[in-house]
Design a protein around this ligand. Structure first.
Ligand code: PLP
Length: 282
């Protein structure tokens, strides 16, 4: 019998698996619920290391419980030892101690691709990581990640936390380009700057890597808002990496997935308004 790449034709295949290190969101709008549904859409399984539990509506965060960093590390280690894990996706980390625990654990799996979504605040504006946490994330996790995926507000907060934040040599430069250059100089291997918070008919993301020509990813800008888009894109990219795709291909597939979800969210919101229910932030 002819064999397909990776196994016998028609035989069941072992699904790739991604380890998600992130927080929960009781509304389902962001965090782990989004990560797991995205991975499932790519036929990728999820292992979990929960960093925090949040109780939130789409409009406000009502409670946050941060799990002990040792428990986060224990979840990661047991998942990684049970393996095989093809990639790690990191979202909400909450504290510097958790950042340190995650970074330390990843030292034992140095070749595992890591997609780092630098989660800084909830969509409703509540901080989801401390200032010390952001500083340590820059120092310890940024150089470890295969890809860091800030949106424009996150990029500006990372810029303020960089050690050379007040470097006069940077005065007068385009702030996005200047921050990107500084993050790459800090050891960041690949930076996907997401243009979703900018304006214009297209959402334009830029992939920047040291010594490589920038790659541009364009998608139509959709009307309306959807929560958890950062979680979804980072998880989709991790799914692609775990499935053996290269970074540009994984990003392109992730962007296509997100566009389809925006269209679906528009339809869902229409159905909600016809059914007379209040419209959740989809
Ligand atoms: N993780 C959790 C638990 C959240 O509540 C949020 C936002 O509310 C995020 C992550 C960030 O989501 P995103 O980056 O997709 O906007």
């Amino acid at each position: 019998m002819a064999e397909a790449a990776g196994g016998v034709a028609g035989a069941p295949q072992l699904r790739p698996r991604v380890l998600v290190v992130a927080g929960t969101d009781s509304s389902g709008g962001a965090g782990i619920a989004r990560d797991v549904e995205t991975l499932a859409a790519f036929r990728v399984s999820a292992s979990l290391a929960v960093t925090a539990v949040t109780a939130q509506t789409h409009a406000e965060v009502r409670a946050v419980e941060i799990l002990k960093p040792a428990l986060v590390a224990a979840q990661m280690r047991t998942a990684l030892e049970a393996g095989p894990i093809g990639a790690v996706k990191i979202g909400m980390l909450a504290t510097a101690d958790t950042v340190a625990a995650v970074a330390e654990c990843l030292e034992d799996w140095p070749d595992l691709p890591v997609v780092l979504d630098p989660v800084i605040a909830s969509s409703s504006g509540r901080p989801l990581i401390s200032e010390e946490g952001v500083a340590l994330l820059l120092a310890r996790l940024l150089p470890r990640a295969a890809l860091v995926t800030p949106n424009l507000p996150e990029l500006s907060i990372l810029a303020d936390a960089l050690p050379d934040a007040r470097d006069p040599a940077l005065a007068g430069q385009d702030p996005v380009d200047a921050t990107a250059a500084r993050l790459l100089a800090q050891g960041c291997r690949a930076l996907l700057i997401k243009g979703g918070h900018a304006e214009g008919r297209e959402a334009v993301d830029r992939l920047l890597r040291p010594g490589v020509k920038p790659l541009i990813f364009r998608a139509p800008r959709h009307a309306g808002s959807m929560r958890g888009t950062g979680c979804m894109l980072a998880s989709a990219i991790a799914a692609g990496l775990a499935s053996g795709q290269d970074l540009p291909m994984a990003i392109a597939a992730g962007k296509a997935y997100l566009s389809a979800r925006f269209v679906e969210a528009g339809e869902q919101s229409l159905l909600h308004s016809f059914s007379g229910q209040s419209v959740p932030a989809l």
